[in-house]
Design a protein around this ligand. Structure first.
Ligand code: PA5
Length: 407
C-alpha cells in the first residue's frame, strides 16, 4: 500500500461530491479499467505481443503525449530483459529524430505499433508514413500489413479508416478514456506486454488502489446484505467507516499548498530509470490542471544526479515550490540520499511530501498509476477545472494543421 508522510484535513462531503462528479463524467472510462479488463482483449493483447516478439528484433512504437508516455514510463522503469528493442518515433516533428529512428532500425526485423486516438495527430502520422514505407520496402505490401498494429478510436479518424481498409491488427481506445488516462487500456498494455512487463500484476496493483474508491452504492448494498445476515444470526458488527484514500489526501494537500502560494510541484525520484514516469506525471497534471490561467506547474528532477544541477535552486532559490518525493524502494546508500534531501530541503523551507511506493515492480507501478490518475482528477476538481479536456493542446494542433494546409 502506498504510504504518505502527511495527512491534511479532508472535507469528506466535498470529496464524496467530487468522486460522484468524476465517476459520472463522460470521460470516466479509466476509473473502471483495472476492475474489468476484458478477458478477450487481454488474450488478444498477449497473442499479438507473442507474435511481435517472435517476428521482431525491434519494435517501433509510434505515438505522442498520452499515446506514448505511460508505456514508455513503465517499460523504462522496469527494464524487462529479453523482449525486442524499442525504438520510439512520432513524438516530435524533428526530421533529424525521424531519420535517426529509421537508421536505428536499420536492417533488423521489425514491427510497428502505431497509437493515436484521434488518428490525425501530425507527429505520429508523419512517422507512420515513413515506417510504412520502410516496412513495404522490406516485406512487400502484404508483409508490411501483417506487421502493423494500430491502436485507435473504435469508430472514427484517419488511422481508424486506414486500419480498417488495410486490415491491420486493431485495438480500441475506448471513447470514454482520454489520452493521458489511457495507460491501462491497450495503449499501454500492448507495448508493455511486448516488452515483457507483467500486465496482470500491473492491473492488479491498479485495482488495489481503485478499490479504495469503490462506489458507495455497492458498499451500501453489501452492508445491507451483511446487516440482514447479522439480524438472522443475531450478531451485531459495528459499521465500518472507510478511511480517506491516500490519493485523495494527496489531492487535498496539493490544493492546500497551492492556496498558500506554492504554485510549482517538483516530482523528485532517486531512480534514474523512472525519468519517463516523471514525464508521464508532468503530462497528467499539466494537461489536467493548467487551465483558466491557473494551475500548479509540474516539474521534475532525478536525484542525486540533479542535486548537482538543480540542488542549489531547490535548497535556496525562490520559495514558491514544494517537492513530491516518489520514494521507491532503493539500496542503502541511495536511501541515505533520500533522507539527506528530506532533511536539507525541509530546513530550506520546502514542503516535502513523501509518497512511499511499496514495491519496485509491475504491481507497485500499477498502484502508482491509479494513485496519481485519481489524485489528479480530484485535485483538478477541487481547483474547479475539467480534468479530462485539453483545449490548449487542441489549439496547437489546429494551428499546425492550418499552416500545413496553407503550405
Ligand atoms: O492526453 C491527451 O489527450 C494528449 O496528450 C494526446 O494523447 C496526444 O495529443 C496524442 O493524441 P492522439 O492520441 O489523438 O494522437
Amino acid at each position: 500500500m502506498i504510504e504518505l508522510n502527511f495527512s491534511p484535513k479532508v472535507d469528506e462531503a466535498k470529496l464524496k461530491e467530487i468522486l460522484g462528479e468524476i465517476k459520472s463524467d463522460e470521460m470516466a472510462g479509466w476509473v473502471e479499467l483495472p476492475f474489468k479488463p476484458k478477458l478477450d482483449e487481454i488474450v488478444k493483447i498477449k497473442e499479438a505481443a507473442e507474435k511481435i516478439n517472435k517476428e521482431s528484433e525491434i519494435v517501433v512504437c509510434i505515438g505522442i503525449g498520452g499515446s506514448y508516455l505511460g508505456h514508455r514510463a513503465i517499460i523504462e522503469a522496469l527494464r524487462p530483459i529479453g523482449g525486442p528493442e524499442f525504438v520510439y518515433a512520432g513524438n516530435s516533428l524533428s526530421k533529424r529524430e525521424l531519420d535517426y529512428a529509421l537508421k536505428k532500425v536499420g536492417d533488423g526485423d521489425f514491427s510497428v505499433i502505431v497509437i493515436s486516438k484521434s488518428g490525425t495527430t501530425l507527429e505520429p502520422a508523419k512517422a507512420f508514413e515513413a515506417f510504412k514505407k520502410k516496412l513495404a520496402d522490406r516485406y512487400g505490401v502484404v508483409g508490411a500489413i501483417k506487421r502493423i498494429y494500430a491502436i485507435t478510436d473504435a469508430h472514427k479518424g484517419a488511422l481508424y479508416d486506414e486500419a480498417k481498409r488495410d486490415n491491420y491488427t486493431r485495438f480500441v481506445i475506448p471513447d470514454n478514456v482520454g489520452g493521458r488516462y489511457s495507460v491501462l487500456s491497450p495503449v499501454g498494455l500492448l507495448p508493455m506486454a511486448v516488452a515483457g512487463v507483467d500486465i496482470d500484476s500491473l492491473l492488479m496493483g491498479a485495482e488495489t488502489v481503485a478499490k479504495e474508491f469503490e462506489d458507495k452504492e455497492d458498499e451500501e448494498k453489501k452492508e445491507s446484505e451483511e446487516k440482514k445476515e447479522d439480524e438472522l444470526g443475531d450478531t451485531k458488527k459495528p459499521a465500518e467507516t472507510k478511511p480517506v484514500p491516500a490519493a485523495a489526501k494527496y489531492a487535498f494537500m496539493r490544493q492546500l499548498l497551492y492556496s498558500k502560494g506554492f504554485d510549482t510541484e517538483v516530482f523528485a525520484s532517486f531512480e534514474p530509470a523512472t525519468m519517463y514516469f516523471n514525464e508521464w506525471l508532468k503530462q497528467l497534471f499539466g494537461e489536467s490542471e493548467g487551465k483558466n490561467k491557473q494551475g500548479i506547474f509540474p516539474a521534475s528532477v532525478i536525484y542525486s544526479t540533479d542535486l548537482h544541477s538543480m540542488g542549489q535552486f531547490m535548497q535556496d532559490g525562490r520559495r514558491n515550490l514544494y517537492e513530491t518525493i516518489i520514494d521507491y524502494p532503493t539500496d542503502d546508500l541511495n536511501a541515505k540520499v533520500v533522507e539527506a534531501v528530506r532533511i536539507a530541503h525541509t530546513a530550506g523551507r520546502i514542503p516535502v511530501l513523501n509518497i512511499k511506493v511499496p514495491t519496485y515492480d509491475a504491481k507497485g507501478f500499477g498502484e502508482l498509476i491509479y494513485f496519481f490518475e485519481m489524485a489528479c482528477a480530484i485535485s483538478a476538481k477541487i481547483a474547479g477545472v475539467n480534468p479530462f479536456d485539453q483545449p490548449g493542446v487542441e489549439e496547437y494542433k489546429n494551428e499546425l494543421h492550418k499552416l500545413m494546409e496553407k503550405k
